[in-house]
Design a binder for this molecule. Structure first.
Ligand SMILES: Cc1cc2nc3c(=O)[nH]c(=O)nc-3n(C[C@H](O)[C@H](O)[C@H](O)COP(=O)(O)OP(=O)(O)OC[C@H]3O[C@@H](n4cnc5c(N)ncnc54)[C@H](O)[C@@H]3O)c2cc1C
Length: 414
């Protein structure tokens, strides 16, 4: 049986970042990954900020820079923002995951691929024994002082340690198109209740003449695939011709809404497993990697002291919430308000944003990791925009004191 300081479950961006940071400090780290190859299958559109490149310490996986976005309302009225310099990057997502795993391995972390974490055996004397299964059906047992659940949206580690799951999991559907017209430095966002209730449809250039096109939607019983087909119809309407020959499809889920607790005795969750995802976009690479870094900063001294109890790990949650919690709460609230708007309201908002001053604000202050900052500026700047939103949001949003509103948790979804 492997007996290690730290067991990381999941070799995505969050898991490999945590593994690298802890191995670098001399801890014995083992990473279990259920798929035979790190980074595959890809379940992501791969749009990230400069912060991800900084955290990864590389640009080797960047496909193309992005300088702005064009947002289409349900009636196909649009508003475009374009900055002089890159504001985001489209990446080879599998390339990022492989780079991060290689970096962790160079720091001393060991990886076992094609091994699936199944659950707990026992926790005795400050050590947890877990059971896993290799691809050929062999049982595997690992004992660890700290277990890190970086195993994504359906986290088996969260279930094993009885940590609560996020309130909503948005079904998502995406396809890649080898040839797709559009500005290769501009992403496209499609709004509308018929296309993507609760979030938006996206068209993201892939840096090679094609695009990644997808939707994530409020789970209302209609499949994400059905919404995706409507998005394709909307794009075809705009272009006057359909996108053809999709090469790859992906179906996945995006966790939205904070989980009440991301740690317990001898274990912590990070990344999608902890729902550390931006509620307005569903993006979670930056937030997951940053939280993994914070987790390693807290776990390193805790492991040295020989105390990875819930009391010692509480600092992890305090720190990541201090850094990202307010943005998450604001974004969650805004998302829920926007999700209730009609198509006519969405068209009116797109038209209002077309004003030169508001467009300039978005170009100057838009930040895909902290979108509520620019949203707040826009609402302060434009009474017309505030009038378009429900009263509750206008009053709450424009008040100087920030107090998290009571959130309606919405229906629980799996
Ligand atoms: C359609 C779609 C598009 C997206 N686009 C973007 C985007 O453009 N930008 C962005 O920032 N984010 C995007 N996201 C979100 C982003 O993909 C996630 O937030 C990110 O991958 C989370 O990283 P992670 O390391 O927490 O988890 P993951 O990347 O999900 O990694 C978890 C790993 O754990 C492994 N695993 C799972 N269960 C087990 C088990 N029991 N045993 C062993 N291993 C296990 C998995 O195989 C996987 O490798 C998108 C998500 C979707 C669904």
């Amino acid at each position: 049986m492997d007996d290690v300081d730290v067991l990381v479950v999941g070799a995505g961006p969050a898991g490999s970042t945590a593994a690298e940071r802890l191995a670098r400090h001399g801890h014995d780290v083992l990473v279990l990954e259920e798929h035979p190859r790190v980074g595959t299958p890809v379940q992501c559109a791969g749009l990230v900020s400069q912060r991800v490149l900084d955290l990864a310490g590389s640009t080797g996986f960047v496909r193309t820079p992005v300088r702005g976005a064009t947002v289409y309302g349900p009636g196909l009225g649009s508003v475009a923002f374009k900055a002089a310099t890159p504001r985001a990057f489209v990446i080879d997502r599998a390339g990022l995951d492989v780079h991060l795993a290689d970096r962790a391995a160079r720091s001393g972390a060991r990886f076992r691929t094609a091994v699936r974490f199944d659950g707990l055996v026992e926790r005795v004397g400050g050590r947890t024994t877990v059971r896993a299964t290799s691809a050929d059906g062999e049982p595997v047992e690992v004992r660890a002082r700290l277990v890190i659940g970086a195993d994504g949206v359906s986290s088996a580690v969260a279930r094993a340690f009885r940590l609560r799951r996020p309130v909503e999991i948005l079904p998502a559907f995406e396809a890649e198109f080898p040839v797709s017209p559009g500005d290769p430095e501009q992403v496209e966002v499609y709004l509308g209740r018929r296309i993507s209730p609760g979030l938006f449809g996206w068209w993201i250039p892939d840096g090679a003449g094609g695009a990644r096109v997808g939707v994530a939607v409020d789970a209302d019983g209609t499949s994400a695939r059905a919404y995706f087909d409507r998005l394709l119809a909307q794009i075809a309407r705009r272009l006057g011709a359909p996108l053809a020959n999709p090469t790859a499809y992906l179906v996945s889920g995006i966790p939205i809404g904070e989980v009440p607790r991301t740690y317990t005795d001898g274990a912590a969750l990070v990344g999608d497993a902890a729902a550390q995802v931006k509620p307005l976009s569903g993006g979670g690479i930056f937030t997951g990697m940053r939280c993994a870094e914070i987790l390693a900063e807290v776990a390193d001294p805790a492991l040295r002291r020989g105390d990875v109890s819930a009391g010692a790990l509480a600092e992890y949650e305090r720190r990541w919430r201090a850094e990202l919690g307010e943005e998450f709460r604001r974004a969650l609230h805004l998302r829920r308000v926007v999700a209730r708007l009609s198509d006519a309201d969405l068209d009116a908002i797109v038209a209002a944003l077309r004003g030169a001053e508001l467009t300039a604000t978005i170009v100057a202050f838009g930040d895909i990791d902290f979108p509520t900052h620019v949203a707040r500026r826009l609402l302060r700047q434009s009474p017309a925009l505030v009038r378009l939103l429900p009263k509750a949001l206008g009053a709450w949003w424009s008040s100087a004191d920030y107090r998290a509103p009571e959130l309606d948790p919405g229906p629980r979804r799996k």
